[in-house]
Design a protein around this ligand. Sequence first.
Ligand SMILES: [Mn+2]
Length: 328
Amino acid sequence: MNVNRPYETAYAGMATFCRRPLVLDPAELTGVDVAILGAPIDEYVTYRPGARFGPRAIRQADYLGVMDQWWAMDVGLDPFDILNVVDHGDLAPIPGYPDESHVELRKMVTAVCAAGAVPIVLGGDHSIAHPDVGAVADHFSPSAVGLIHFDSHADDAWEDGYRNHGTPLRFLVDEGSVKGENIVQVGLRGYWPPQSDFEWARGQGFRWHLMDEIYERGIDDVITDVIEEMSGLEHVFLSVDIDVVDPGSAPGTGTPEPGGLLPRELLKTVRRLAKALPISGMEVVEVAPPYDSADVTALLANRCVLEALVGMSLRRTGREPVREPSNT
Ligand SMILES: [Mn+2]
């Protein structure tokens, strides 16, 4: 037994995302394909706080630790064999000053884009979509960025002009970062926002797929439409509010709305979208560990990022998914 071997277990040592190398200096991101960073801020929630603890929980929600190979058995590849993925650490939040934190986050995401890497941001409340998507849109301007938004809430509310986690899409459209016609929303349900906000969004050219439509048609057909709706765009940002998933499966979130997606539907969908579309940025937000149970929400967010990496790997290699053959 070699007692000097390095930490290999998931419960020992420091947790970066899937034990990827920690690269804090943006100057060292050259050659990196994907940089994962945390945005531990939640001052802009309208109900229960706690998403500031999301990034740490998502990194820690991993029982595998150090492995030579992350074999995606449903697909037939190891994403870390194909993509150079690093953990870029966390935004240093300024507690109580979310606007200042947003400014710093925007700089951080901009630096990742400038290095040629795809930023994947672990939230944090959903107000961070404004700096996250805004930075990516600015970087690629004048080329348009499309936004696929998974959420139970539309997050494009007017709210008398106030910023909160229900208004980032309004800010993005009003400032011209993303055109309404390049936004597609998936999984909306419940009782918020009010009809006037849907009227505004319709006028801006937003498209959306309510949960009721997904029940009736099935997720795969709806996502085929989403891919079509994003066609022609060279850059797509994937924004995943974990509350798009049913709170029975993702209770660790601040504003749960019953009747959502199944975890497997979200995971398969994210993989499919990342294969089909040019993902230039992503965020997984609203994981609030204080309301979680047995880490299931944090683990789902962790795997959501992992499936995006698998999809991006398929796209990079031009491969079709090949399942590990059954041995029956
Ligand atoms: Mn949201």
